[in-house]
Ligand binder design. Sequence first.
Ligand code: IPE
Length: 260
Amino acid sequence: MFLIKLGGSIITDKGKKYAFKEDVTDRLSSEIKKANKEIILVHGAGSFGHILAKQYSLNQGYKNDVQLQGFSDTHAMVQQLNSLVLTSLHDQDIAAVSLPPHALLKLDDHKPSTMNYNIFKEYLSKGFTPVTFGDVVLDEKLGFSICSGDLLMQMLAQYFKPEKVLFVLDEDGLYTSNPKTDKNAQFIEKATLDELENLTTSSNTYADVTKGMAGKIETIKNISRLRIDVVLLNGNINNRLYDTLVGRKTKNTYVYGEKR
Ligand code: IPE
């Protein structure tokens, strides 16, 4: 089984509220169909989630009743994005089923507390493609908080031990520094967990520009520690997802699962 995350920056325009990238998502859906693999799909929230979530400080937990409306509005928006993704998958005859985190799991101070893994397992065993997404959720300590797609990737990787974990991004993969701001940034084709440890140290020095990348590296390291290979690839380029899924050589960053 392959566990795939379509990042919010690849299926939405992060700078524009509620801007769904239909063409890119449709092409990625067709690549998933063509590869014909067993898949659990996770997607980010992009501009359907982050803007509202920030406006109402939802990740800080309950502070006042105004946030309740913010919580439900944010949920409604990410659910809408999820419907757009599902339609795209259904158009390719993929039997995708939505599994919304807010109804399946609870966090405790941002960390996983309970999760209904069985429902993923049952849908998979019947031949469906479970689709879940970054969402607002209940939180034991904070009242509520946000469950990111990256956290879902870690949880699902730990439980299902997939063959490979794929992150579909708007970059070719990992770089030694931020390629958007540093022209000396070098592309990383292959890395071990140890090499990523060094990378985090160096990118933390520039915490302001590489914070997003440092967070992503933490997630990748956690999955690599589960002895699962992680691949990061560019979803904007035709067939990178397909080629990665079928094991064909293409440009991506391959992070080896930690060896015993
Ligand atoms: C964020 O999910 C969820 C909400 C803001 C409600 P992600 O963190 O997985 O989304 P992206 O991939 O960064 O857009």
